[in-house]
Structures are given as structure tokens and as C-alpha cells.
Design a binder for this molecule. Structure first.
Ligand code: PMT
Length: 223
């Protein structure tokens, strides 16, 4: 029966963009709508998993039977993920997390000045990489949003982040990546195998991804 394939499994999913604030009115963000991550959360819940969705600011409502934790910045997302990491069986990082944030966040609105403006940014902590460093039993799934040399960067991310699967999408490809209802992905596994999918709805991609994860979860012999 396919309905309860993930029964009793704790799955942590991140979705959506983060916002990195400059001052009370301005922030840096990206085009993530949350659709990919929400589709995974919805499908995992349908398969009987115990799902927590850590979501950046998006306009989607929580899927049925999913616990939702709403966050804003990369740092808030990192804290929310790590609070729940130990008990998780699977972590899926579909969020588009900012790599940089403004070095200074002003309490008051910045005033216009004459001429051009320069701004300094600092790195945020790479959540996926930190999870990889502290991994024990968890199955760790990362995404790679690339615009070129997709396979090279996907395999590099698989290794450098100690992930079990990287889901790569070329965000320049028509029908793939941010915002739309479809995606075109390739799964890269640690053992060097890969599986390329054609253009599918994000719901169908979610289902394919969970099928791909299933043998790894069961191999861990939890419960
Ligand atoms: O939300 P949608 O509109 O449906 O769009 C879906 C999507 C394009 C956002 C999704 O398919 C996707 O590719 N998500 C990952 C986007 C991304 O940030 O990729 P990246 O290659 O920059 O990061 C690689 C991995 O590291 C990702 O799993 C990311 O969550 C993680 N990361 C990145 C930076 C950081 N500071 N911490 C992280 O954990």
C-alpha cells in the first residue's frame, strides 16, 4: 500500500526564500515561491510521515497534517532546523537560503544621500553544510539551483555538504526552478548513480523524490 510508506518517519522540510534585512523597510530576497517544498511536505504527510515544514515568507497555506514553522531570515531558519535535527529521520532542504546578508542592519530607515551607495555583505551560515557535519542517522537531501555546469556543481555540493541526495535543477531552463508549477530535476546519489526526470509538476517531482529517499530511510533501520 503506497498510502503509509513513510509511517512513523519524522521528516523535516525547508521551503521558500529567506529575507535579509537592511533596515525596517528594505530586505534582500529571491524568487522562491515555496511551491517545491510545500509539495514535498504535502506528499510526505499523505504517505503517513510526521512532517515539520520550516518555511520562509511565502503566500502558500500549510498543507494538511503538516506542522508549520514560519521563519524570516537564514539565521532563524538555521535555528528552527537545528532544534529539530536530532529526532529527524530525513531532512529535505528545498529552501532558497540567502548566502549573504547585509553586514549591518539599521534600526531606523536609511536616508537617501547624494550619489551612489555601497553596501557590505557578510556570509550567512550554510545550514545544509552544518547539518552534513553533524549527521548521524539522518538521510540528508539538498537541492542545487544552478544556471550552468549543473552536474559539476551538484556533485560538488553532494560531497562538500555530506548529503545523501542532491536534487539539481537548472533554473534557466523553461519550466524548471523558481515560481512555476513544474520542475525539471536530476537526483544525484552518494554512490555515484543519478536519475534524470523530464518536466513534471512539482507534486510529481515530490513523489519521485520521496520514492528515491525511501530505500535510504529503510536502510537506516530506525524504529
Ligand atoms: O520555491 P519554488 O518557487 O517552488 O522554487 C523551487 C526552488 C528553485 C527554490 C528549489 O527547487 C531549489 O532549487 N531550492 C534550493 C535553492 C538554493 O538555494 O540552492 P543553492 O544551490 O543555492 O543551495 C544549495 C543547498 O544548500 C540548498 O539545499 C539550500 O537549501 C542549502 N543552503 C544554501 C545556503 C545556506 N546558507 N544554507 C543552506 O542550507
Amino acid at each position: 500500500q503506497h498510502m503509509y510508506k513513510l509511517k512513523n518517519k519524522k521528516i523535516l522540510i525547508t521551503a521558500g526564500p529567506t529575507r535579509e534585512h537592511v533596515d525596517p523597510v528594505r530586505f534582500f530576497t529571491n524568487h522562491s515561491s515555496g511551491k517545491m517544498g510545500y509539495a514535498i511536505a504535502e506528499k510526505a504527510a499523505q504517505w503517513g510521515a510526521d512532517v515539520t515544514l520550516i518555511s520562509g515568507p511565502v503566500s502558500l497555506s500549510a498543507p494538511e497534517n503538516v506542522e508549520i514553522v514560519r521563519v524570516d531570515t537564514a539565521e532563524e531558519m538555521r535555528i528552527a532546523v537545528f532544534e529539530r535535527y536530532r529526532e529527524a529521520d530525513v531532512v529535505i532542504k528545498s529552501a532558497a537560503v540567502a548566502d549573504y546578508r547585509p553586514s549591518v542592519q539599521y534600526d531606523e530607515k536609511m536616508k537617501k544621500q547624494e550619489g551612489p551607495m555601497k553596501m557590505e555583505f557578510e556570509r550567512t551560515i550554510d545550514i545544509l553544510k552544518s547539518l552534513g557535519e553533524e549527521k548521524d542517522h539522518q538521510v540528508l537531501v539538498g537541492f542545487a539551483a544552478e544556471t550552468q555546469d549543473v552536474e559539476y556543481h551538484a556533485i560538488k555540493k553532494l560531497q562538500s555538504k555530506n548529503a545523501d541526495i542532491i536534487v539539481a535543477n537548472n533554473i534557466k531552463q523553461e519550466g524548471a526552478g523558481f515560481s512555476g508549477d513544474t520542475n525539471i530535476v536530476t537526483f544525484y546519489h552518494r554512490d555515484g548513480t543519478k536519475k534524470a526526470l523530464t518536466l513534471l509538476s512539482k507534486e510529481k517531482v515530490a513523489e519521485e523524490l520521496l520514492e528515491e529517499i525511501l530505500p535510504l530511510v529503510n536502510r537506516e533501520g530506525q524504529g
